[in-house]
Design a protein around this ligand. Sequence first.
Ligand SMILES: [Fe+2]
Length: 377
Amino acid sequence: MISKNELALRRIPFSSLKSSTEAFIDYCLPECRPKFNYALIGSGVSQNPNQPVNIREPHGFQLGGVSIPNGKFNTAHMHFTCEVFLCFKGNWLIQWGFNPSCETAEIAELDIISIPTWIYRGFKNIGVDDGFLFTALGGDKTGGVLWGPTTIDAAQKNGVYLTKNHQMVDTTRGETKPPKEELFEPMTTSEIDQLKKWSVAEMSSRIVRFNELKWSKSGLLDCSIPGCGAQVAAVIGLGMAEDVNLHSKITNSHGVSIEWLRIPIGGQVSKHFLNEKQVVICKKSEIQIQLEASDGEYVTTLKGNEDGWDTFSIPSKCWRVFKNIGTEEALLAVLISGDQRKTITWSDDVVRKANELGITKDANGYVAEKRFVERAQ
Ligand SMILES: [Fe+2]
């Protein structure tokens, strides 16, 4: 178990985020800047060695954020692990393919899209200037970024070069142009042509729009207990939900599961325990998190409002309670490490209260009516 002081370091208030506007080679392109890149959790995905990171501890995935003003782009690049965009503000045009034209899909606030690996992708802000995407990249080591040929050519025309070692060399700042043999070699258009092509219809299977979510009223053992009432909606992978009929739309391996959790005013998710690291981002309302530390109880709050969205990384093997102490229904994005199904252990008190309401968990860990579970032998 970790101490209260160590837990306090896992709180990431939105106001504490520090951006880099020179994280990647596209910083030199007028159509791309200013781009504010944030690295919240993980080793950080950036080609700028000075990129600030809030929590470097490996989580099995990276959590970042990005904001660019209306009309600006993040140009075509490729990743080897999943890249998920969680739209927390604004409207965005997601682009992919780039051979040479691209396919597109629009996403709006609260939509989530998982871009397949091994395709070129980019995005454009088509909404408010302070639109914001949280980004989740799979793996502790993502393998880095491959920039597309158009971006590399455009950067060179602006005097900025990328080396094979992924160093950015800016000749407009007096740095020396690297010799040709040391320059990064982007894929050619014919090589890009060999990559799998994702149609708009195929990509729509990787977008989970908020208005299409299925909210489970029996997704947690304590939901029916007075004063609780939280609901879960599955988005990516196998998460913590305990509803046998709740399934994520996106099911391939990401190294992380993503679910939405909403808690009514005054409601809570009662005392429970997870083996995995769990990252929560508060989108709406104010959440009080109570965690069991080695030296007592650690209590903190996360807020989600027009000023931003606070994040907390709960360590593995930790007892926790979430309470909505705000004045509106709380909404949290919940990211849990690993592809396996996550099994919640509830406190004895929760199990007893649920049992009194005729509710239990079946042998498979799903919420069920106690009378049927007991009838089996
Ligand atoms: Fe990316």
